[in-house]
Design a protein around this ligand. Structure first.
Ligand code: CTP
Ligand code: K
Ligand code: MG
Length: 181
């Protein structure tokens, strides 16, 4: 794989995991997942993790993946290499894993005394990647091994924080997000 192929395949593979966080910002609101419950006087997750945002995020990730499946052949012929189609299980794991990673991060933020919206550098940028990759490896193992080669995983780990910081600054400037992280 040449460097362009590695970067394009890494980005393509992760799109269904990238979109849920942004879609949740747009669809969020309504009852929080933790129902307002606290643990040691701190919210279990906080008002920033809602059922609606989570469902909207997962649907957006899976929906985008179905669109990518439809486009995969044309994109592959435009480049001189193949971009993958996503099995349904992998799509769901990428999207739901991204939301789960973000929820686990909020759980850790509350346990470490961080209020809703507080930054947690490092965790904020990679929580969703790690959980979506692990979940995908579990539910679509053969497909995962075929596509997530070591160079692709390294590209994902480097690309993701850069893209995450960039898109969040844009969402903040557009007034969609309360903080630029
Ligand atoms: N959101 C949601 N449900 C989710 C994730 C996000 O409704 N599972 C929405 C919420 O409106 C949230 C916004 O998207 O405020 C931004 O997401 P995020 O930055 O992850 O949440 P924070 O509000 O910063 O809360 P936390 O400190 O718990 O991360
Ligand atoms: K977050
Ligand atoms: Mg936030």
């Amino acid at each position: 794989m040449n460097p362009l192929e590695i970067v394009v395949v890494a980005f393509w593979l992760m799109l269904p995991a990238y979109v849920p966080n942004n879609a949740a910002v747009l669809t969020g609101g309504g009852p929080p997942i933790d129902g307002g419950r606290t643990w040691n006087d701190k919210r279990v997750l906080g008002d920033g993790k809602t059922w609606r945002g989570t469902a909207g995020g997962i649907l957006a990730g899976v929906g985008l993946g179905l669109l990518l499946n439809f486009l995969a052949e044309s994109v592959s012929s435009a480049f001189a290499f193949t971009v993958p189609e996503f099995p349904l299980a992998a799509l769901f794991a990428l999207a739901a894993g991204a939301m789960l990673g973000d929820i686990l991060a909020s759980f850790l933020k509350r346990r470490t005394g961080r209020e809703r919206g507080a930054a947690f550098p490092g965790i904020d940028q990679l929580d969703f990647v790690v959980v979506s990759l692990v979940l995908t490896a579990l539910v679509a193992t053969d497909w995962f091994i075929q596509w997530f080669t070591l160079p692709v995983i390294l590209a994902v780990l480097i690309l993701t924080p850069v893209l995450h910081v960039g898109t969040n600054i844009i969402a903040f400037k557009l007034g969609l997000k309360d903080e630029p992280w």
